[in-house]
Every structure is written in structure tokens, then in C-alpha cells.
Design a protein around this ligand. Structure first.
Ligand code: ZN
Length: 319
């Protein structure tokens, strides 16, 4: 008998069936399981990777989100502000009256001893004529701080003052304390009117002035510094006095009293600026003038007029 059909043949058939029926499916099953496991592991790896990516993305997003507000919340160190000069606000009145300036830059530095400066305020008036004649006779130049004039005769007197070589100076137009000391601008308005009248009537451009009541008085103490700063800025020199004739006192002093006030006071000064008035009502002043001049000359004084160059006598707080 040959192999086929033999017992051994059938055993091998059975063995082959066992192998095919058990071993192959088992092997296949095992292989499937292995693939499934690998797939699961792969999935897990992918998931983990995805999770990592997600986490990283979230972190980056957070960082980005954080970066934006950081830039806003912590602004750059502000630069130290430069020390700019404090610019005071320029007062509007500096723009007023562009021609209201002294003709020359201020150089009021001439100071001579044993000199008297006679000054006449509040005129001119008919009394001014006599004063001018007396000054001519004595060969003295003086200074007239005039106020605004409406009539032609007084305007002519302003021309006489200038033509005879005296100094024509400003004393405000209205001489009204309430008006001129109500503010810097009203003061400028008024003084500019005087400036224009002197210039228009006489051809002289005034460069010095006297405050009504003097540079510091009970009417202007609140604003005198502002007024003074503005007038100085425009180049005008203010002049007070240190020898009062007392001729504006009430009752009006006699000529002898006026002479006594001036000549007596002069003994204590090196240089004297004498305050007198040539407005109407000051007859005593005219009558005293010769005696004043003689008394001062007797003390060794000479006479001169105030100019833009003359170092001014000014009040201080002590007075
Ligand atoms: Zn006056």
C-alpha cells in the first residue's frame, strides 16, 4: 500500500487540519491583536502628541495673550521731562500800541553829585509862562511832567517848554488815580494818550515819565510792579523825587514855607529832585521859585534837567 491512504497519510491530514484550523486562526488572531495593540499604542502616541501640541499651543497663546497686555500695562519708562524754562504767559497788553516805546534803549546811568533837578508837575498852565521866563533868566534847564491838554494855549506852552530846551515828560493824560491805577491796560491807555499828544503837538518823543502820586502810592500798590515792568520793557524811565516843596499841601504853603522845605531838605542830599507844581492854583510856587534857586545855589548846587540818561531817584518801601 502506498503512502496515500496509509494511516500515516491520514495522521498528517488530521495534523494539517489541526494546524489550519487552530494554529492559523490563532496566529492570525495573535497578529491582529498585535496590530490592534500597535494601533492603540499609535493612537495613544498620537493623542499624546496632539495633547502636547495642544498644550504647547495653549501655552504660546497664553504667552501671546499675556504679551499684549504686558506691553500696555508696563509702558516704557517715561523719559525724564526736560527742564523747560518756565514761560510766563505774555500779557496781552504787551501787544498794545506798537509805537509806544522810548526812542532810545534805556541807559539811565548818569549820576552826578551836587546837582538839583527842578521838576514841575500837572501843567502846563498860565503860571508856566512865568516859570519859563524865570528859568531863562537864571539859565536853568528844568523838567516838566505834563498832563493832557485840550485848549490851544496850553498846547502852545508845551511847545514853549520843548523849544526853550527843557525836558517834556509824561505824567498821564487824565491824572485820574481811579482810572490810571485800575489796571495795567488802563494805565497804558492813558499814558499812551499823553505820549501821543506830546509827540503830535511838539514833535518831541518823550522818554521819561512820572507816576501820579509817585511810583509807589496808596492807589497803585496792588499793580505798580506790573505797570512798572511794562513801562520799563517799553524803555521809559520813571522818576520820583526826594525833595518835596510841599506846594500841593492844603492849605497851600506860603512862598517862604516852600523855600524852607526845599532849601532845608537839600542840606541832606547829594543830588536832589525837587517836586513842584505849575498847574493853576500854585501861585505860591511861582513866587517861591527865585528864593528856591538862590538858596540851592548858596549850598553849591548846580541845576540840570532830567533826561533819558539820568539815573532816576525812585521811592522804596521805606518811604
Ligand atoms: Zn501830579
Amino acid at each position: 500500500m502506498g503512502y496515500i491512504g496509509s494511516v500515516r497519510f491520514f495522521k498528517n491530514i488530521i495534523l494539517a487540519g489541526v494546524i489550519l484550523g487552530i494554529a492559523v486562526p490563532t496566529g492570525m488572531s495573535l497578529r491582529y491583536r498585535e496590530e490592534a495593540r500597535a494601533a492603540r499604542e499609535s493612537n495613544a502616541a498620537l493623542l499624546e502628541e496632539k495633547q502636547q501640541l495642544t498644550t504647547r499651543l495653549e501655552e504660546q497663546t497664553l504667552q501671546q495673550d499675556a504679551a499684549v497686555p504686558m506691553a500696555i500695562q508696563v509702558p516704557e519708562e517715561p523719559e525724564e521731562p526736560e527742564e523747560l524754562p518756565i514761560e510766563a504767559e505774555t500779557p496781552a497788553y504787551q501787544q498794545l500800541y506798537p509805537d509806544f516805546y522810548a526812542p532810545e534803549p534805556m541807559t539811565a546811568d548818569v549820576r552826578e553829585n551836587k546837582v538839583i533837578y527842578l521838576t514841575f508837575d500837572d501843567g502846563p498852565s498860565p503860571l508856566t509862562d512865568e516859570i519859563l521866563d524865570l528859568l531863562d533868566r537864571e539859565n536853568i534847564k528844568a523838567t516838566f511832567f505834563v498832563v493832557g491838554q485840550s485848549d490851544e494855549a496850553n498846547k502852545q506852552r508845551m511847545r514853549e517848554i520843548a523849544d526853550r530846551g527843557h525836558t517834556l515828560a509824561m505824567h498821564t493824560y487824565t491824572h485820574n488815580y481811579k482810572v490810571v491805577y485800575s489796571g495795567v491796560e488802563p494805565f497804558l491807555d492813558d499814558m499812551y494818550a499823553m505820549f501821543c499828544q506830546i509827540r503830535d503837538v511838539t514833535g518831541v518823543t518823550p522818554s521819561i515819565f512820572r507816576y501820579p502820586g509817585g511810583s509807589i502810592n496808596s492807589h497803585n500798590y496792588g499793580i505798580y510792579q506790573d505797570i512798572n515792568a511794562e513801562m520799563l520793557r517799553r524803555g521809559f524811565v520813571p522818576h520820583d523825587w526826594n525833595l518835596s516843596s510841599g506846594d500841593a499841601a492844603s492849605p497851600t504853603p506860603t512862598p517862604d514855607q516852600i523855600i524852607g522845605n526845599v532849601v532845608g531838605g537839600a542840606a541832606s542830599v547829594d543830588r536832589g529832585v525837587v517836586l513842584m507844581h505849575d498847574s493853576s492854583g500854585h501861585r505860591s510856587t511861582v513866587d517861591a521859585l527865585q528864593g528856591v534857586i538862590d538858596g540851592l545855589r548858596a549850598q553849591g548846587f548846580t541845576f540840570d534837567q532830567l533826561t533819558a540818561r539820568t539815573k532816576p531817584v525812585l521811592f522804596s518801601y521805606r518811604n
